[in-house]
Design a protein around this ligand. Structure first.
Ligand code: 3SK
Length: 498
């Protein structure tokens, strides 16, 4: 039976009702907000959205930097019973326009720094575009929380698929409470005294859990940082705000370890968290030995909303994702569907748990493959170690995770093939010295044409979000293929880069 439950109310008003009104909820570049102030501001922005005509269950798309406007607008949208759709600020206008039309949002909110992208992405079906410089127009008389059910839609997060066509994973209000009560409380042990800082931004499932759901669910505080975080910027935020929980991805932990920051730069951080891709054991031990911070590596997904397998404090198995989070079950399955109960036999990872999304918006065929009863197919290959911990062996498909973000080779390949000098292109993930995948393009030039690798990378940057660009271009006379003409990607992956 569905119960009345509104996640925005749970994260703001309920905190005030439970006595946290005077505690700091948010540190942002221009000041701080207490829980009472945050709650009031969310109600006012909800009033502004209602005045624009936003109704329950309609989507509001947000292309915004991590700052107080994005933070309050996500909560305000959910407060109204509408659906917040925070989108990557790294997308090009063409990429963003796909999300605008797929979500059928009639209201789009943007940060001024992304104004050109946002304005170019919206078509006539969008009735209102509000940028941060016009924010005052979005504040009105406070709107009451809409009586959503726990089952009502609250949040859509887009994830790219193997084809690169983004899929909107639909999350309920209940999913938000579930991740707080499972990973947040039982693995992180987050409490009111914690101060959270996340390298992953709010538009990622990982980031919104770290920076909004977990801290607000217990009366803790969050530091919002709009800029792209480099190690020294992060260290200055850690010092200034007394950060105790630092969330990042391996492509941040690596440079942090290589930096010349003093060894006490993370003093006060009681725990680090890593997700997105496997944290190499050398980074875990390096950060622990130099900065005295134990990193809990885990794996989650946009579909599950947050981390479902994680290492535990004081019992980390370096190089592994750890053990299932309470509230989630995992199975490793063979290709014929039978379940592997023993150790050391690789299998496809399936998970079940109450935060798994209700499906992808308007993607029936994919939904039928991915979501089967209680279970969800993650697409990751895993192995169970003799101690019961689980180690990721990579993807079952060709999708790459670069810096913790999905990259669909097919999407990069189709951009490369738009280049007049290119006849064939294949993008594969090639491991760097830390074992982290980087996209590498193998290209065959058209007859008589010359491919300039640097110019081709610039061409990709111009047409794709920058993180999707190949980090290297290798020009070859032909691609390795099977007798039936299928490209043998594994042979390219194994090839040393010269
Ligand atoms: O990539 C991950 O491991 C992850 C973790 C938490 C939430 C979402 C994701 C994709």
């Amino acid at each position: 039976m569905a119960e009345l439950f509104n996640a925005a109310e749970y994260l703001t008003e309920r905190r005030v009702a439970e006595g946290d009104g005077a505690r700091t909820a948010v540190h942002h570049p221009r000041g701080t907000l207490t829980y009472a102030e945050l709650s009031a501001e969310v109600a006012r922005v909800a009033g502004g959205l209602a005045r624009l005509g936003v109704r329950p269950e309609e989507r509001v798309l947000l292309c915004m930097a991590d700052d107080v406007e994005l933070f309050t607008a996500i909560l305000a949208t959910m407060r109204l019973g509408a659906v917040a759709v925070p989108c990557s600020t790294m997308l090009t206008a063409t990429e963003l326009s796909v999300l605008v039309s797929d979500s059928r949002a009639r209201v789009v909110l943007g940060s001024d720094q992304f104004a050109d992208t946002v304005r170019a992405a919206v078509g006539p079906e969008v009735e209102h575009v509000v940028m941060t410089s016009e924010w005052e127009t979005l504040r009105a008389d406070p709107a009451p929380a809409y009586p959503t059910w726990d089952e009502s839609p609250a949040l859509w997060l887009y994830t790219s698929g193997t084809t690169g066509k983004p899929k909107g994973a639909m999350h309920r209000h209940a999913d938000i409470r579930y991740v707080c009560e499972t990973y947040g409380r039982q693995v992180l042990g987050i409490g009111p005294e914690d101060v959270c800082l996340s390298v992953a931004k709010l538009f990622f499932a990982y980031g919104i859990g770290n920076s909004m759901f977990f801290p607000l669910s217990v009366g803790a505080s969050v530091v919002l940082e709009p800029a792209r975080p480099a190690p020294d910027l992060l260290a200055s935020r850690v010092r200034r705000y007394g950060v105790s929980l630092l969330f990042a991805v391996p492509s941040f932990w690596g440079p942090l370890l290589a930096s010349d920051l003093p060894d006490d730069a993370l003093a006060g951080v009681r725990r680090g968290v890593s997700a997105g891709e496997t944290l190499p054991a050398r980074m875990f031990t390096g950060i622990r030995d130099r900065f005295g911070v134990e990193i809990l590596d885990g794996i989650g997904s946009t579909e599950a909303l947050h981390i479902f397998i994680s290492n535990r404090p004081g019992a980390v198995v370096p190089g592994s994702s750890g053990f299932p989070v309470p509230g989630y079950e995992v199975e490793l399955r063979r290709p014929d569907g039978t379940v592997i109960t023993g150790t050391e036999e690789p299998g496809m990872l399936w998970i079940s748990g109450d935060s798994v999304c209700t499906g992808y918006w308007c993607r029936t065929a994919v939904n039928r493959q991915v979501f089967q009863g209680e279970w969800m197919r993650t697409g990751d290959q895993y192995v169970r170690n003799p101690d019961g911990s689980l180690t990721c062996l990579g993807r079952a498909d060709d999708v790459l995770k670069v810096g913790g973000i999905w990259v669909a080779p097919a999407e990069v390949e189709s951009r490369i093939l738009e280049h007049p000098a290119v006849a064939e292109a294949v993008v594969v993930g090639v491991a760097d010295t830390d074992g982290l995948d980087k996209p590498v393009a193998y290209v065959v030039p058209r007859d008589g044409a010359v491919v300039d690798p640097d110019e081709l990378v610039a061409f990709c940057r111009a047409g794709l979000a920058s993180f999707k660009r190949p980090r290297a271009v290798v020009v070859v006379a032909e691609l390795p293929k099977t007798a039936t003409g299928k490209v043998q990607r594994y042979r390219l992956r194994e090839r040393p880069l010269t």
